[in-house]
Design a protein around this ligand. Structure first.
Ligand SMILES: *Cc1c(COP(=O)(O)O)cnc(C)c1O
Length: 471
């Protein structure tokens, strides 16, 4: 590192690009080796002293050592969701092609909030693909987000713009009637959070009881809407669930769409992982029938599709209304006829972020490389694996199925054992990752299978391990 290279415009880039290239090839090799060995690399507890080893003091360290620390101790401390027996919470598994997309995206360093650039066309292509997968009408559009939580905020903001007009962007909530959002019991907490952030508070969310098939009870919904209207409360949205986080239940989306149309209420669907069941074989694919009739859909690409974190999407049927809810072009963001200020598509008009990365590339790479058929097969396999787990649980005298398996989630009670103890033990041993939940107010073990590496043998081994842990 000679001093003469450290001058204006040269403080940051490598002194020697050949050396940097050699080091980067080493990084890529280490990353590929880790992915190739994913089956042998379960989660491991964070070792004592790890926090100190990554503490920063502001001094520069030689690059080879920095790269080694990233591919060594830091990479080893992954969540473990690249492992085939990881079924905790709802974690995507990742995609090897995602590595390529992240490298290219980091190289371009595109800021996709605006400007006339090809990256916007890539995002448009991904959104059109998602719209067509949902079966939404041709003028539906949307935006990629950090996940379903953010997409839910965008969707409900747009619903509110429809209800009260874009003027509330100036006037705010003062003077508005109270609003209500309806979701089935078991709806995700991101809906509560969205209502907190939008200023309506969680009291504006009502959980509607479910029927024997764990779908929102439509008579109860109708009655609640009527009571709210009689009490001066404005229905803001009905939130249909396509894949509940707890048990993988699906509302009857067609019936919800009929009801929402008849009542003239915005229909939003939380389809974080369940969106993708549309790619599965029958009977699973039919669970999401009617999803394309929604006014808005929130979904994730980082869960069942395995696009590297983070990547979700908000789809909105009314393109103009979506823009009306978010567009804001002060002088320094004026568009032009030519040059970088040109282009008809600036994503800052569709959401909260002005500066934003090239999320679309990793999603585009996933679908370009694998198509819907391979994903459909992996998703069908996961549903079959959840059913297999349910069957093994029923055959084991000491285990008890908590609820019949509907899609890709299996919940069961480990006899008299504490589910949290069993889960922690199998996680720590590196055998399998279950998380815990509650069904019928009783703690259970829960496997949410969105893992393209899982096999039937993994399911059998994990249930054997649970039984051994109980014994
Ligand atoms: C994960 C999940 C969410 C939240 O999505 P994020 O991408 O984590 O923000 C919402 N709803 C359901 C059903 C989920 O599984």
């Amino acid at each position: 590192m000679s001093d003469k290279t450290r001058h204006e415009g040269h403080h940051i880039d490598p002194d020697d690009w050949d050396d940097f290239a050699t080091a980067m090839h080493g990084v890529l090799d280490a990353c590929l080796a880790r992915l190739q060995a994913a089956r042998d690399l379960p989660w491991q507890p964070v070792p004592p002293g790890f926090a100190e080893t990554v503490a920063l003091d502001g001094t520069a360290q030689p690059l080879p050592g920095v790269l080694d620390r990233m591919t060594g101790p830091i990479m080893a401390q992954a969540t473990g969701n690249t492992h085939p027996r990881f079924w905790g919470w709802v974690h995507g598994t990742g995609l090897p092609v995602g590595l390529a997309a992240e490298l290219v995206a980091a190289t371009m360093n595109a800021n996709t909030g605006g400007r006339w650039q090809g990256a916007a066309e890539v995002e448009r292509a991904v959104l059109h693909f998602l719209r067509d997968t949902a079966g939404m009408a041709g003028d539906a559009f949307g935006i990629l987000t950090g996940g379903t939580s953010q997409a839910t905020i965008l969707a409900l903001t747009t619903a509110r713009t429809k209800l009260f007009g874009a003027g509330i962007r100036q006037t705010g909530l003062a003077g508005l009637p109270p609003v209500r959002v309806y979701v089935a019991e078991g709806g995700h907490s991101c809906i509560d959070k969205a209502l907190e952030i939008l200023g309506h508070g969680t009291d504006s969310l009502t959980h509607i009881p479910t029927d024997a098939g764990h779908r929102m009870d439509l008579d109860a919904l109708r009655a609640r809407i009527a009571a709210d209207r009689a009490g001066g409360i404005e229905p803001l949205a009905i939130v249909g669930t396509a894949g509940s986080v707890g048990i993988g239940a699906f509302d009857d989306l067609d019936a919800l769409a009929d009801l929402a149309t008849a009542e003239d209420i915005w229909l939003h669907i939380d389809a974080a992982f369940g969106f993708w069941i549309q790619l599965a074989e029958a009977p699973w694919r039919d669970l999401a029938r009617g999803i394309g009739r929604a006014d808005s859909i929130a979904l994730d690409l980082h869960k069942w599709i395995g696009v590297p974190y983070s990547c979700g999407a908000c789809l909105i049927a009314d393109h103009d209304l979506h823009r009306a809810a978010f567009t804001s072009r002060p002088d320094y963001l004026a568009s032009g006829a030519e040059g970088l200020a040109g282009g008809d598509l600036w994503f800052c008009d569709y959401g909260m972020d002005l500066s934003r990365g090239f999320l679309a590339l990793k999603a585009w790479a996933a679908f370009a490389a694998h198509g819907t058929e391979a994903f459909g097969r992996a998703i069908t396999d996961n549903c079959r694996q959840a059913a297999l787990m349910g069957q093994l649980v029923e055959e084991a005298p000491e285990l008890e199925l908590a609820v019949p398996v509907i899609s890709n989630i299996c919940c069961f009670y480990p006899g008299k054992a504490d589910p949290a103890d069993i889960a922690a033990r199998l996680q720590t041993e590196g055998t399998a990752v279950f998380s815990t939940g509650k069904v019928a107010d009783r703690p259970c073990l829960r496997a949410a299978i969105v893992n393209h590496r899982t096999t039937g043998a993994d399911i059998r081994a994990a249930i054997d391990a649970v039984r051994a842990a109980i014994a």
